[in-house]
Design a binder for this molecule. Structure first.
Ligand code: PGA
Length: 247
């Protein structure tokens, strides 16, 4: 049985005041039946970890450098994230792929580095509108996920979370319909099953792209959608909790 998992990707949005208010609001009413993790910007991780002590809400980094340490000005390693109290890290978010030119090879290296440090990598994949309209959704998804499926062992993959985020639905207010999302999630699970049946049964595959309290229930009711990776709607406690608890 896969428990509902909801992750809040704050992207480049935070201040000390905002963090205090948002985390106080989330922890005051975090639902027992849902696993919740938030991804604040790197400078706020220590503060978030401090604030979340004793709470079931976990934290993760939004990015990492695959190297262990050294002359990489401005970068953050997996061990630093662990040292700051993180359990998880986002890898391959479409904004990293498009704005920062991250390739599938980078995604694999980062996923490996995260696993080696004991972090849960949230491996993000998804097609652009042009790719969808050209009927290339499955080909793109397959190529992106195969980068990790072919590069990691089943034991390593069992420690990953996967997130399907159609690029055309991110921050646009255009959500994939539950049927559209389920179709791709089922395809992702079939690719996981081709690697290992158990892996497919146990892996969390999250949906991301304009998830809100008003559409979460229908999305999460789909057989192969195990929760959400939420951007904009994770910046308000009430809205985020509505997604975590989609009654
Ligand atoms: P959104 O972002 O919920 O604001 O569409 C999702 C994401 O990029 O993870």
């Amino acid at each position: 049985m896969r428990r509902l998992l909801v992750a809040g990707n704050w992207k480049m949005n935070a201040s000390k005041v905002m963090l205090n208010e948002l985390l106080a609001g989330i922890t005051a009413n975090a639902p027992q039946q849902t696993d919740v993790v938030v991804f604040p910007p790197a400078p706020y991780l220590l503060m978030a970890a401090d604030k979340l002590q004793g709470s079931s809400v976990k934290i993760g980094g939004q990015n990492l450098n695959a190297n262990e340490s050294g002359a990489f000005t401005g970068e953050v390693s997996a061990n630093m994230l662990v040292d700051c109290g993180c359990d998880a890290v986002l890898v391959g978010h479409s904004e990293r792929r498009t704005l920062f030119a991250e390739t599938d090879t980078d995604v694999l290296a980062k996923t490996e580095a995260a696993l080696a440090a004991g972090l849960t990598p949230y491996v993000c994949i998804g097609e652009t509108l042009e790719e969808r309209e050209a009927n290339k959704t499955e080909a793109v998804i397959e190529q992106q996920i195969n980068a990790v499926l072919n590069g990691l062992t089943v034991q390593q993959l069992a420690k990953c979370v996967f997130a399907y985020e159609p690029v055309w639905a991110i921050g646009t207010g255009k959500t994939a319909s539950p049927e559209q999302a389920q179709q791709v999630h089922a395809f992702i699970r079939s690719l996981l099953a081709a690697k290992d049946e158990e892996l497919a049964l146990n892996s969390h595959v999250l949906y991301g792209g304009s998830v809100k309290a008003s559409n979460a229930k229908e999305l999460f009711a789909q057989q192969d959608i195990d929760g959400g990776l939420v951007g904009g709607a994770s910046l308000q406690a009430e809205e985020f909790l509505g997604i975590c608890n989609p009654a």
